[in-house]
Design a binder for this molecule. Sequence first.
Ligand code: NAP
Length: 265
Amino acid sequence: MITGAGQGLGLALVRRALEAGHNVVATTRRVEFPITDPRLTVLRVDVTDRQACHVAVERAVAECGRLDVLVNNAGYGLVGAIEEVDEGEARAIIDTDLLGPLWMSQAALPVMREQRSGHIVQISSVGGVGAMPFFGLYNAAKWGLEGFSEALADEVAAFGVRVTIAEIGSMDTEWATGSMRFSQPKNVYDAIRAERLGTAAVPWPHDPGATGGGTSPAAVAERLVAHIADPEPGRLRLLIGEDAPSQVAVVLDRRAREYAAQAHA
Ligand SMILES: NC(=O)c1ccc[n+]([C@@H]2O[C@H](COP(=O)([O-])OP(=O)(O)OC[C@H]3O[C@@H](n4cnc5c(N)ncnc54)[C@H](OP(=O)(O)O)[C@@H]3O)[C@@H](O)[C@H]2O)c1
């Protein structure tokens, strides 16, 4: 079962899982879904709607008889300095990127516990490990996702349920282009915005239909499906993408040095 499957990584995962011979339940908010397949069930779900998440899992189990894998993929980014983000924008991104995976996980857990097997895959980011100026709310949502998922992994291992946090680097989807949302800018941040983001323009310029560059979603999907088929023992966090290891290393080295300097606090 894959959320936010209408395009990007979600759609690539649907394709890869079908190729690998699995039955797939895809959730989307769209009326039209780009592919049809006898082994594909498409459900209309907005992951911010907790009740809809529970109904979708019930329907998935009714359709397939069980639920082996849930991939919480639905999510988007928001560009805005902390001072620029308004209440609606903050609540909306937390609702989608943090609470969406929480509601879907809560809906799937009773099924997986009863089966005494299951795998919940949380699509996080290198931005779930480090933070970047103007991405604070996205970082907060993904850090939150990682926090509850790390706790969850230890809570449910004894029931045969596995959790993977996929920390993906730059990926060639519309995440950074057509899907990106932007807060109303305050001019005082323009200089730092230009320095850190390469442009002071809000929204940042992109050609219609352009993607952001980075690893192809098909390659990321391939890696994920291989990991799910044969999970690396003891691996909670899965780094995906050429830039991902160096991105997290920079962040963690800096944090380790900061803590080491306070060894006798
Ligand atoms: N691209 C990157 O560089 C990158 C890097 C690291 C992590 N990620 C993460 O990868 C995941 C997939 O993103 P992507 O790169 O494939 O971007 P994308 O092409 O914009 O796809 C994101 C999907 O999220 C779904 N979505 C957004 N809001 C939703 C909501 N309220 N309810 C249900 N679905 C919602 C949309 O699904 P529908 O339109 O089908 O409803 C959309 O297909 C996200 O969690 C993103 O944060 C992306």
